[in-house]
Design a protein around this ligand. Sequence first.
Ligand code: T4K
Length: 366
Amino acid sequence: MDEKILVTRSTMPDFDEYVEMIRPLWESRWLTNSGTYHCRLEKELKEYLMVDELSLTVNGHMGLELALQSMNFEAGSEVITTPFTFVSTTNAIIRSGLKPVFCDIKPDDYTIDESLIEGLITDKTVAIMPVHVYGNPCNVEAIEEIASEHGLKVIYDAAHAFGEIYKGRGIGSYGDMSVFSFHATKVYHTIEGGAVCTNSGNGMCGRINSLKNFGLTKDGQIGDAGCNAKMNEFAAAMGICNLKNVKSDIESRGRAVAKYTQRLSGCDRLRLNKYSNELEPNYAYMPVLFETNSMRDKIFEYLKTKEIYARKYFYPLTVDAVKSATCYELPNAVSASERILTLPLFSGMTDEQVDRVCDGIMEGLG
Ligand code: T4K
């Protein structure tokens, strides 16, 4: 039986290094609530991600909810977003008492189609929540222009975009806020974790720091109704260890993507991801768009028989999360969601593993 190839595999730091990192926690017994590692990781990540302010969170999802809550939107206000994302983006909007309004995506890079945003703005619109899906950067300039013209906030879901530099700037520096995910399945992880970043220069991360700690203010007063979304010291220690290796992890992913590209670019029944030449990519995912839905589903099933577990990120569209489904015209998102397959990709993936996946695809296509 062939070894299983899963869609991804968590990167692991050196075991002894992690053990040495967590040893002092037994002595100090300080395990959470802005501990030493939490503070150190915030500082290191701020530098690495090239952002002015950063607040660590328990996961990326809560980062999105905190970012929305920090903006004090009126209940029922509308947030324009993409349906082609993990359901977390949409759920964060709904759980914040806001209404997601879905905008179609562009067929070439799967990000929100900025040319359609203005047509969706109503007097209830308060924000835009685009997603740098698969690490493909949104059209940040056009979105900023629309937002400033209409007085809207922009919160980027940057869950997939860790460490990317776009047009010379850290990708988390765009918009009013950006939220990263440090989940175990991501390019960079803290087991579970995330961060809210901003370069907007108005001390917004101070609000996040309070909201993630029950809404308590620095002097211990009760402020807004916050929650508990703090990162603990074991997670932060994992983050410090993983940060040392993330550059070589990204390089390793890049080599696997190059190998995939070499094997698959000649195949006219599928299309590979296009990388902007103004981006330093992180190779977070390996999305492949097939000609038809039936071809995608056939390859997905065929690969499983070969112990290869690709995923249909992102199918179904997150419009299904809105129970009172309004009718949306989303032809590009529907088409991508029906035809996309994300192939296995992780740091340390060997040429042989990439070959096995590509052989499986070619055999499945017949
Ligand atoms: N916004 C966007 C656009 C997102 O994609 C996400 C999360 C979020 C927001 C929210 O961020 P977080 O709150 O999660 O920080 C996974 C992840 O759980 C989720 O983080 C991620 N996006 C989503 C796209 O994928 P599943 O349910 O598909 O993961 P699962 O458990 O099937 O794992 C996939 C593969 O990863 C496994 O086959 C093997 C590998 N794996 C998994 C785990 C859990 C490991 O190697 N180690 C592990 O510990 O959701």
